[in-house]
Design a protein around this ligand. Structure first.
Ligand code: NAP
Length: 264
């Protein structure tokens, strides 16, 4: 009799899947897009001020399909504009990686409403909007008992901790963790798994100021059990797992990828 049990590595394949990765011009988003494309997905890579064309070109150079899109997610219409462009090009979205994010540092007592709203719109409201658009699209293909789509949100250690001088970022990432669970509960019966990754301290443009601050850099390194900053590639395995059939019974979880920070 033929053995129909899937081979474990096959469960990590993303052949014939369409993935949309926001904020994929650089950093974590570019590394995640590359990983998903290496696993067989066609990828829509989004950028804003920095276009994602280079990420798309690097992915097509190894034979995968990629296209770059631009949208400003600090505008309330940005998410819909982006989703419409991606649908027009690829026809559907099977995997959504909500990675775009911004941070504005200021003492809490001086934090302006404008900065608060900007950070909340990019980091939380656009995640709500894009996830809703993607889920509506996925639900049209949903059949009972079948997995139809994946949403992976990029949270933060500040989904759990308060941080200093980043009240809007902390509130937004706390919200991302909670929204992940709320969506997971409602969409599990429809075959959509919604999970998040909480990266630790990863060397990207987002954290350049922290890396350059000698005192903070030393304090951070002393607290990371792994003894080093992460690199974007460190997120690739977690992102692939949560995007692939290997995680079909995993939903509503926040997976820390932090060199051991949270366990300390
Ligand atoms: P990054 O290289 O600066 O990437 C951030 C991405 O988000 C960029 O592509 C950026 O585009 C995009 N973005 C920012 N504002 C946007 C807007 N208004 N509209 C659309 N896109 C916008 O930094 P990263 O470290 O890779 O960050 C990726 C994600 O990981 C973020 O959600 C961040 O909060 C999260 N994270 C990072 C760390 C870390 O240690 N690096 C830790 C925890 C969580 P433009 O700048 O080109 O506009």
């Amino acid at each position: 009799m033929e053995n129909t049990t899937p081979q474990i590595l096959d469960l990590f394949r993303l052949d014939n899947k369409i993935a949309l990765i926001t904020g994929a011009a650089t950093g974590l988003g570019a590394a995640i897009a590359t990983a998903l494309a290496q696993a067989g997905a066609s990828v829509a890579v989004h950028g804003n001020r920095r276009p994602a064309d280079e990420t798309a070109a690097s992915i097509t150079s190894f034979g995968a399909t990629a296209a770059a899109f631009q949208a400003d997610l600090s505008s309330t219409t940005g998410a819909e504009e982006l989703f419409t462009q991606v649908k027009a090009k690829f026809g559907r979205v099977d995997i959504l990686i909500n990675n775009a994010g911004t941070i504005i540092r200021n003492p809490a007592e001086d934090y302006t409403l404008e900065d608060w709203q900007q950070v909340l719109q990019v980091n939380l409201t656009s995640v709500f909007q894009l996830s809703q658009l993607a889920a509506r699209d996925m639900i049209t293909r949903s059949t009972p008992g079948q997995n139809v789509g994946k949403i992976v949100n990029i949270a933060s250690l500040l989904s759990f901790q308060g941080g200093i001088r980043v009240p809007a970022y902390t509130a937004s990432k706390g919200g991302v963790a909670q929204l992940t669970k709320a969506f997971a509960n409602e969409w599990a019966p429809k075959g959509i798994q919604v999970n998040a990754i909480a990266p630790g301290y990863i060397a990207t443009t987002n954290t350049e100021a922290l890396q350059a601050d000698e005192t903070r850099n030393r304090q951070i390194l002393e607290r990371i059990p792994a003894g080093r900053w992460g690199v974007p590639q460190d997120l690739a395995g977690a992102a692939l797992y949560l995007s692939s059939p290997a995680s079909n019974y995993v939903t509503g979880t926040i997976l820390t990828v932090d060199g051991g920070w949270m366990g300390r």
